[in-house]
Design a protein around this ligand. Structure first.
Ligand SMILES: NC(=O)c1ccc[n+]([C@@H]2O[C@H](COP(=O)([O-])OP(=O)(O)OC[C@H]3O[C@@H](n4cnc5c(N)ncnc54)[C@H](OP(=O)(O)O)[C@@H]3O)[C@@H](O)[C@H]2O)c1
Length: 255
């Protein structure tokens, strides 16, 4: 299962997985028309008919819970990848700042809601697509209510949060047979990167390499709470502060 599969990097991850023997790929997407087009293109490109989509807006709790409730099949791999970078501060229907709701709570809630499915399917794994471009997390102002909103600052915060919640989930789920890890994909031209003011110098295929590797390789099934760049582990400074990591987990859970 993969979020953001209609985007630049997500589509390339889906293509890699669908081309790997034995993989069935489910895109969790918010736009039906776009999802249908991408599924058809992926099926043509990989000759794998076992690619489909489920409609889920990951910025909202309702659709995530509904997916978890209706889902009957195993989930061996969840790749959290969907993210946004709106230039002006905006809020979801639930009144939550959109980057925090999508990039942070989207990852968090999907992982939590699908945990029973992942545990039942164990060994299973969660891959969180984060970024090297991360920092500035303010636990007292997660939604940029006090600070002036800037999409780059909100984005860096959200990617730091992805790396921290990866560790918090790994501590809870490794013992239940689910490995949780994070990675930087690559710098790729996309809606997300264009909003942040850069075009990216890597292809989507290059960007998909590390997330797909974590999803399929032995390393991704063994490592727990680690952060990877270019298929190599990088020590993440954000997770040294256990108290902050747990405080963030509790804050996400309180929404
Ligand atoms: N691009 C880079 O250089 C770069 C660098 C480092 C890390 N990353 C990370 O890589 C990941 C993918 O980025 P990208 O560059 O491929 O972005 P992208 O092309 O802009 O794609 C974003 C994806 O997220 C989906 N999405 C956004 N909001 C959603 C929602 N509420 N519900 C469901 N799906 C939603 C979009 O769906 P729609 O098609 O419906 O809009 C799209 O599929 C992100 O986590 C990003 O932080 C990217």
């Amino acid at each position: 299962m993969l979020t953001g599969g209609t985007g630049a990097i997500g589509q390339a991850i889906a293509r890699r997985l669908a081309a790997t023997p034995g993989y069935e790929v489910v895109l969790l997407a918010r736009h039906e028309g776009r999802a249908k087009r991408v599924v058809a293109a992926l099926q043509r490109a990989t000759a794998n008919p076992r690619i489909r989509f489920e409609l889920v807006d990951v910025s909202l709790r309702g659709p995530i819970d509904a997916l978890a409730e209706r889902w009957q099949e195993p989930v061996h791999v969840l790749i959290n990848n969907a993210a946004v970078t709106p230039r002006a501060r905006c809020e979801t229907q639930e009144g939550i700042e959109t980057q925090f709701a999508t990039n942070v709570l989207g990852y968090f809630r999907l992982t939590q809601a699908l945990t029973p499915h992942l545990v039942r399917s164990a060994p299973a794994r969660v891959v969180n697509v984060a970024s090297y471009w991360a920092g500035g997390l303010d636990l007292d102002d997660l939604e940029f209510k006090r600070r002036k909103y800037h999409n780059d600052a909100a984005y860096r915060q959200s990617k730091q949060a992805n790396r921290m919640t990866t560790v918090a989930f790994a501590e809870r789920l490794t013992i239940r047979g689910v490995s949780v890890n994070a990675c930087h994909p690559g710098d790729v031209n996309s809606v997300l990167s264009n909003n942040l003011g850069f075009g990216g110098h890597e292809t989507p295929e290059q960007g998909a390499k590390t997330p797909a590797w974590l999803a399929t390789s032995d390393v991704g099934g063994v490592a727990a709470g680690r952060y990877f760049e270019r298929q190599r582990e990088v020590i993440c400074p954000f997770v040294r502060d256990r108290e902050a990591t747990e405080a963030l987990y509790a804050a996400c859970e309180s929404y």
